[in-house]
Design a protein around this ligand. Structure first.
Ligand code: ATP
Ligand code: MG
Length: 585
């Protein structure tokens, strides 16, 4: 049992001006954390208790899934990353930690970096330690601090520069076994979030910088989330925006046969989809082809979409380039022959087609029977463009961003969309990673193979705040039982009243016996202040002792989430409290 008067819970009436979202405000107001600087927070005693509880549940579920705990350094030799596969995309977010003034290396090359994640450390380790199929499969995890120089740290612990992550890595001999390891950890994640008492939806996700064969994100639905999830409850389909597909183009859709002959027409000054839609003799966005030029690993390529669709850049990952970016107008004109605004891929109109690494068309352009597109001459377009007859296409694919209401790819029911906070991510990496450093094992015939890997992360500190975001009301936090810093709060109305103190102490002991962590509010404060603080810090079960209650022979028992208090007769109160707590614990 902790007594509030001796403990340290610095609650605040006002939230700091930089706190924009409810969970960030409550994090500070309830005394769970304090800001040191942008994206850097001290976990105050109450916040630390929650972190420890979340970590403990996470540990239990990872162990249950067969994962083994270890702990790797936070400081990494920079070479480890510079020689690895991700230096390009991740160096921007890595903090450098140079030892001062040695003058041995060029000033721009860091000696050490602070670890943003640990694939680069564990893969060489396991390469060195595991050489035989007999030692596979193996799964490892750790819970520790990660460092990322986020461009825009915000929302408190949600996007911090230093944060706590559970990261796990699996090593298997075969693809089948790697899938089993992946599913075991997916199960551990599901159990973990269920036990915390938060709703987290697993969605298909893009593999991004990690590459690999498939991936799921765990999302806590919340208005303030950074991601969109598309889902249909009935079919069970769920994917994040980057990965979401729809059945907009039905399977086996037959493209309309070509109609009228291709016709060139002048469009002076028209450089946008909307402009062409409003132009006399133009065409609505749905009947336009939009041609975008990107650069993949140094070579330009074209993407063709319907005028009404948006490109989902993450889907360009399917093209296999390591680095992709939009082309500049200066890069576009020499290749296409026109400035952006009059681009198209009608056969024979591209100025230097050999310069293109390909023309990739979104499936949905098949829905356009009779389209309009740029002629690769400034101020000129074509109408009556047929996808099959007129357009140059290297290959079709899914490149567009889906929209809410489109048919879901599993059953054709309308896709719904909502915002979500990414709290966890799992990747099946395959051999992409082990190949880079030739990490493998020998089988029973003494033949060598690469490890089939998976990697996994849960944002422990982000989850802490996501719980608050999902579980609060106008008065404060409403902690789910499993992660509450204390589960029972005994509020003593008058700490000077010796009889009440004795009852309160007994009730606290009974709650502890039932399995709760108990906080006794014995501060010399007015009851109003105590009740306000109690609601703010959100302890699930509050027992109020003193005042009129004692005269009437009762103790008041109140759940944080419910408006009604229950009057428990004094002589039954210890047994009742113990039983109520035991039923929850
Ligand atoms: P995000 O897309 O939010 O930037 P990420 O995809 O870069 O995250 P991962 O590398 O997959 O993150 O890390 C695993 C988990 O760590 C994430 O699911 C998230 O919960 C957490 N996490 C990542 N970055 C941060 C951060 N800056 N602050 C707090 N938690 C983070
Ligand atoms: Mg992620």
């Amino acid at each position: 049992m902790q007594s509030w008067s001796r403990y340290f819970i610095p609650t605040l009436k006002e939230s700091p001006s930089d706190a924009e979202i409810p969970s960030h405000k409550l994090l500070i107001r309830a005394g769970l954390a304090r800001k040191l600087s942008g994206g850097l927070y001290t976990y105050m005693p109450l916040g630390l208790r929650v972190m420890q509880k979340i970590s403990r549940i996470c540990r239990e579920e990872m162990e249950r899934a067969g994962c083994i705990e270890l702990s790797m350094p936070h400081l990494h030799p920079a070479e480890l990353w510079a020689d690895g596969p991700r230096w390009g995309p991740v160096r921007e977010i890595m903090f450098r930690a140079d030892s001062a003034g040695e003058g041995k290396r060029a000033p721009r090359e860091p000696e050490f970096v602070l670890g943003p994640t640990h694939e680069e450390v564990i893969t060489p380790l396991i390469k060195q330690e595991i050489t035989s199929y007999r030692d596979l499969p193996k799964s490892f995890y750790q819970i520790g601090t990660k460092f990322r120089n986020e461009i825009r740290p915000r929302f408190g612990l949600m996007r911090a520069r230093e944060f706590v992550m559970m990261d796990a890595y699996t090593f298997d001999a075969t693809d089948e076994s790697a899938t089993a390891s992946y599913l075991a950890i997916k199960g551990a994640y599901e159990a973990f979030f269920r036990r915390l008492g938060v709703q987290a939806i697993s969605v298909e996700a893009d593999t991004g910088v990690m590459g690999g064969s498939f991936s799921h994100e765990f999302m806590v639905p919340a208005e303030v989330g950074d991601d969109d999830l598309f889902y249909n409850e009935e079919s069970g389909y769920a994917a994040n925006r980057e990965k979401a597909r729809s059945a907009l183009v039905p399977a086996g859709f037959a493209v309309a046969p070509p109609g009228a002959p291709l016709e060139e027409f002048p469009t002076p000054g028209i450089v946008t989809i909307a402009g062409l839609a409003a132009f006399p003799g133009g065409a609505p966005a749905e009947a336009q082809f939009k041609t975008l030029i990107y650069v993949g690993d140094g070579k330009p390529f074209a993407v063709v979409l319907r005028g009404c669709d948006d490109l989902e850049e993450a889907k360009l990952g399917a093209l296999g380039f390591a680095l992709v970016r939009p082309a500049t107008p200066e890069e576009i004109e020499p290749v296409m022959g026109a400035k952006p605004g009059s681009l198209g891929t009608v056969k024979g109109t591209i100025k230097n087609p050999a310069a293109l690494a390909g023309i990739f068309a979104d499936e949905a352009i098949k829905l356009v029977g009779n389209g309009t597109t740029g002629a690769n001459q400034d101020g000129v377009h074509y109408r009556h463009v047929s996808v099959t007859r007129d357009l140059e296409v290297t290959r079709f694919g899914d490149f567009r961003r889906v929209k809410a209401g489109e048919p879901d790819p599993l059953g054709g029911r309308p896709l719904q969309v909502r915002r979500g906070i990414e709290v966890g991510h799992i990747f099946k990496l395959g051999t992409k990673y082990s190949e880079r450093i030739d990490a493998g094992y020998t089988d029973d015939k003494k033949e060598r193979h690469l490890f089939v890997m998976g990697c996994y992360g849960i944002g422990i500190s982000r989850t802490l705040q996501a719980v608050i975001e999902q579980s609060h009301d106008a008065d404060g936090i409403v902690w789910p039982w499993a992660v509450a810093p204390f589960q029972v709060l005994v509020t003593l109305l008058d700490p000077q009243d010796a009889a009440a103190l004795e009852i309160a102490t007994k009730l606290a002991a009974a709650a502890e016996k039932g399995g709760a962590d108990v906080l006794l509010d014995d501060r010399a404060e007015r009851p109003g202040v105590k009740f306000k603080d109690a609601d703010l810090i959100g302890i699930p079960l509050r027992l109020t002792v003193g005042g009129r209650g004692i005269k009437e022979g009762i103790v008041e028992m109140k759940w944080r989430g419910s408006p009604e208090a229950i009057r428990v007769p004094l002589n039954e109160s210890e047994a009742t409290v113990e039983a109520v707590v035991r039923a929850r614990a």
